[in-house]
Design a protein around this ligand. Sequence first.
Ligand code: FAD
Length: 558
Amino acid sequence: MFDVVVIGAGHAGCEAATAAARLGARVGLLTFDPGNLGQMSCNPSIGGVGKGHLVRELDVFDGLMARAADRAAIHRRMLNRSKGPAVWGPRVQADRRIYRAAVASLVASSGVEVLAGEAHGLLLKSGAVNGVSSSNGTVECRSAVIATGTFLDARMFVGERVMEGGRRGEQASNVLAGQIREIGLGQGRLKTGTPPRLDGRTIDWSRLEEQPSDRDPWTMSAMANGIGQPQLRCAKTRTNERTHEIIAANFNRSPLFAGSIEGRGPRYCPSIEDKVRRFADRDAHQIFLEPEGLDDHLVYPNGISTSLPEDVQAEFLRSIAGLERVKIARPGYAVEYEFVDPRRLKATLGVADITGLFLAGQINGTTGYEEAAAQGLVAGLNAAAHALALEEVRFDRRSSYIGVMIDDLTLQGVSEPYRMMTARAEHRLSLRADNATTRLGEAALATACVSDERSAQILGHFDQRGGIGWADTPEGSADLLYTPYVARQEREWEVVQRDSNVWIPSSFHFGDVPGLSTEMVERLSAAAPETLDQASRIAGITPAALSAVYVAIRRQAA
Ligand SMILES: Cc1cc2nc3c(=O)[nH]c(=O)nc-3n(C[C@H](O)[C@H](O)[C@H](O)COP(=O)(O)OP(=O)(O)OC[C@H]3O[C@@H](n4cnc5c(N)ncnc54)[C@H](O)[C@@H]3O)c2cc1C
């Protein structure tokens, strides 16, 4: 009998399984193809603004993602450097194969047993999980984590072509999807997409602006031993009026506009056809050309995900500078899948009314590897805690982006794929990517899910803080920089909580509030609340949004 069985070995599943194993659980990781552990369905890049914060937090708990990203990094860039360090976003472009191998080796050394097969369903007895049935038989367990990503009842689209499958070349998970609907967990459909992969040998790099890797040797993990791989260059190009004309002329062949795709896509990562339609006044969109590996000629054109027909993809690509003779190695496509309403979950990511069942990753309505991996940590620790009768592990939104995400998901739910952004955190001046160990080190030690080396690193970090030379470290100097602002932010937040009857003037424009996401602007503008208290009761309005609105009202009144 396993203590925990995890279904799906993507980013959420691998983190969940290894986190549970670090707590001492006997863990089975059941997945379609054990050769595909940690496969990156889309761009092989890890981190970014908000997402990099999640990876650093996960690292404090000995998660896999930061260490695998460091081993595989072929290009590193600290995003948002022109702004304050609170919103800097460490991001690496990874060699796809090295990343997968790194995850596989970390899983192998964790003691997790990898099981091949398709999960067909949960075995439930008196409202509690006691096993998982699969194409290879049945396994008994005390807890189960479902981390099936974009695979539940999934369909892929390239123009008029529709195929069953959870990701290119991989089958969908239909039987399990049936049970999930039967037990009332199915919520609806979402979609995401990926751009065509290009043959880098057919790109005219000489015409393009280069983007070198950062020179300073920062790493994702606090445990990294320098930079392992040679660092490559990325490049930039742009769409133009001709590109947009080609795309617009083929709107009628897009599954997105022809009505074949029902699910909502990620607002902050729209397809190129969506951008051309929604931002008709823009005459260009930036594209980053990012290599997929050291010994790989595939290039990922970041910014033009599409599900237009293949011939249209080829035509619009060749209208772009540097891509005039480009060959498509694989066409872009969209995938539509079933997800679960995360409001059915507790802060442990346990399903409220099914004992021993936990959900993590894209199944909960999120998008992105980092969001999935961070949920995997939470679900894995709590699945093990349930099986071994240990204390539950919860994250607070005051001290972590992980806490912000779980709180937003479980209280507000989602109407479109949820992606982490710094604007989602009302305490973002204190939640920096550089101070994850300071914020979460104690919790990681208390959870007892970290190695001896990590414990020593955390304790060493605490010793160093406040010592001689601390003010010259990146974290120490950021602490100094933010001290007065953090104090003010705390005071403002206290007022928001205490005095929710603050009036919102009728002349107030939510679109002018700095730091408010477009999603929040839309929700607030549609409901037009008259007080902060009313705003707080609009579905989906986060504490971060309330705080930003409060600050803007005070500034307007001053
Ligand atoms: C085409 C495409 C485009 C994407 N574009 C973006 C993007 O632009 N930006 C972004 O942030 N994210 C994007 N994503 C999303 C990103 O890939 C996911 O957010 C992330 O991989 C989710 O991680 P996960 O662990 O939840 O699921 P996944 O990584 O999808 O892993 C799920 C795992 O479960 C296994 N599995 C599924 N069902 C079963 C079953 N019944 N039995 C056994 N095993 C099963 C699968 O084999 C897989 O290993 C894209 C995904 C796809 C497919």
